[in-house]
Design a protein around this ligand. Structure first.
Ligand code: NAD
Length: 497
């Protein structure tokens, strides 16, 4: 295995960055500052100034005030601002991609893909002006019922480190399109890319206070969850925190949809196409250095799949750090993964490919690097096969039948994604019908639905009902008001009169 210098892929800033909060249309900085380091080389990229809890209240008040006017802006006018935002995102796609890559450690090409997905959600939100036109019907003589889609008020999005552009954009365009004001509390590990989004939203011409950013960590999340004028919280992050934010917000009468972690199963059967399966499996567990909630991390080999396993190990061993795979978010992640690999060895699995032995790219020793690692002969009860590790580590569990594979998938506490690799349509259908995850892939290792198909898992991968994008997002960020009207003067009275 080789490694190469990633600077040919990621532009580092010439001056130090400083991430501020955006409150009432003004960038504000707090007294405290903490440094943000590059996952690539450990060098300080810039600093973050978390907002105070008092500023949380100021941001909510400004968002509440802005909401009153914004909700009255016709949807077509709101959409034209979103379209302008789209133009700016496309103009600055390289800037956004480099920003996301350098602060969370992924490759620029991966970061660019996340910006494109962000734009896709925005396009869906703009399309609502033509598709989400309510409904109306004469339900009785002279009586008409209609739906009116209404915003719900000040809405909040709390987002994780691994997609600094895309995950906020799962929420922002839909929440704004339906007429809410929106406060983003980005991960305190990746505060810079959300600021670029904020700058573009200002440039697009959105009224002040309609979109805000609050920088910081746990205290701000709790203050937002407790604030009486926050109507809804969308959260994406790890399961324990998703569960706690969901409980805190809903116990205070708020609407909440909290997406959590994952342990995704890649089921492979002997009739799978060798190349399709091995490429798909490797791309799934190594893409974004395994730091994706859709990353496959358990390969369930049904029967004799030795050739495919050999190809998986061979393909993964060719991955060049810095060229084909980025870095882990921080040193803690690197240490957590190393100890998980050691634990798996103690539990009895064998290390088929050891990413710990691969040196960092030349000149990037200060970064957080781990090459693809494969743990073979894992058992479904082992931690490596059931706990979310969130890195480029694949555990292989061998079973005899497809039903055993599905039983293992069903027993998982997570339910984000499950994939099947096969050339048999009946097998594919059987898995799609019987797997418990919210997103199923057939010969695809990362089955992220494209808009308008909505994104969301099951079990501990999601607390709350509905999905975060597509029509699920529209329902989550709005109310349907039902208006029943009678104007006609009737002689024949009925039960609705
Ligand atoms: P995280 O749970 O540590 O952080 C998520 C957000 O919560 C951040 O904004 C963070 O500042 C905030 N936070 C952290 N600790 C908190 C606390 N104690 N109380 C309240 N808020 C707190 O997640 P992460 O490490 O940034 O991201 C990785 C995780 O996110 C993985 O588990 C991954 O599977 C998950 N994820 C899930 C999806 C999905 O769609 N289901 C998508 C992306 C990431």
């Amino acid at each position: 295995m080789a490694s190469t210098a990633p600077q040919t892929f990621v532009q580092f800033p010439t001056t130090k960055l400083h991430a501020q909060s955006l409150i009432d249309g003004v960038w504000t900085t707090g007294p405290m500052v903490h440094e943000i380091s590059s996952p690539y080389n450990g060098e300080v990229l810039g600093s973050l100034s978390p907002c105070s809890v008092v500023e949380v209240d100021r941001a909510v008040s400004a968002a509440d005030k802005a909401f009153r006017d914004w909700r009255a802006v016709p949807r077509k006018e709101r959409s034209s601002l979103l379209l302008q935002f789209r133009t700016l995102l496309l103009r600055d796609i390289d800037k956004l991609a480099h920003s996301a890559a350098r602060e969370c450690g992924k490759l620029v090409v991966e970061a660019r893909a996340e910006v494109l997905k962000a734009i896709e959600v925005l396009e869906f939100a703009v399309g609502l002006q033509d598709s989400d036109i309510g409904g109306a019907m004469d339900v009785s003589r002279g009586v008409r019922c209609e739906y009116i889609r209404e915003p719900i008020g000040v809405t909040v999005g709390i987002t994780p480190f691994n997609f600094p552009a895309m995950v906020p954009m799962w929420m922002i365009p839909i929440a704004l399109a339906v007429g809410n004001s929106f406060i983003l509390k980005p991960s305190d590990k990746v505060p810079f890319t959300p600021c670029v989004l904020g700058e573009l939203i200002i440039e697009a011409g959105f009224p002040k206070g309609v979109f805000s950013i609050l920088q910081g960590g746990r205290d701000r999340v709790e203050a937002l969850s407790d604030h009486p004028r926050v109507a809804a919280i969308g959260f994406v992050g790890s399961s324990p925190i998703a569960k706690s934010v969901y409980g805190r917000a809903t116990s205070q009468g708020k609407r909440a949809l909290c997406l959590g972690g994952a342990k995704n199963h890649l089921i492979v059967v002997p009739d799978a196409d060798r190349r399709v399966a091995s490429d798909g499996i490797v791309a799934s567990f190594t893409g974004c250095a395994g730091q994706r909630c859709m990353a496959g991390s358990v390969l369930v080999a049904v029967g004799d799949c030795e050739d495919i396993i050999k190809d998986v190990a061979q393909t993964a061993s060719q991955i060049v750090l810095g060229r084909d795979m980025g870095a882990l978010i921080d040193k803690a992640a690197r240490e957590r993964l190393s100890s998980a690999i050691e634990q798996a060895q103690r539990d009895g699995s064998t290390v088929l490919l050891d990413g710990r032995k691969v040196p960092p790219p030349h000149g990037y020793q200060g970064g957080n690097w781990l090459a693809p690692t494969i743990l073979d002969h894992a058992k479904s009860s082992m931690e490596c096969a059931c706990r979310e590790l969130f890195g480029p580590v694949l555990s292989i569990v061998r079973v005899k039948t497809l039903d055993e594979a599905l039983a293992l998938e069903r027993a998982s506490s997570f339910g984000n994604a499950t994939s099947i690799f096969t050339t048999n349509g009946a097998v594919a259908r059987y898995v799609a019908d019987n797997a418990t995850s919210g997103m199923i892939g057939v010969n695809i290792g990362v089955p992220v639905p494209r808009e308008p198909f909505s994104f969301g898992g099951t079990k501990e991968s999601k607390y709350g009902t509905g999905d975060i994008t597509g029509d699920g997002g529209v329902e989550f960020w709005s109310n349907r008001k039902k208006v029943t009207t009678k104007w006609a003067l009737q002689s024949d009275k009925n039960w609705m009169s």
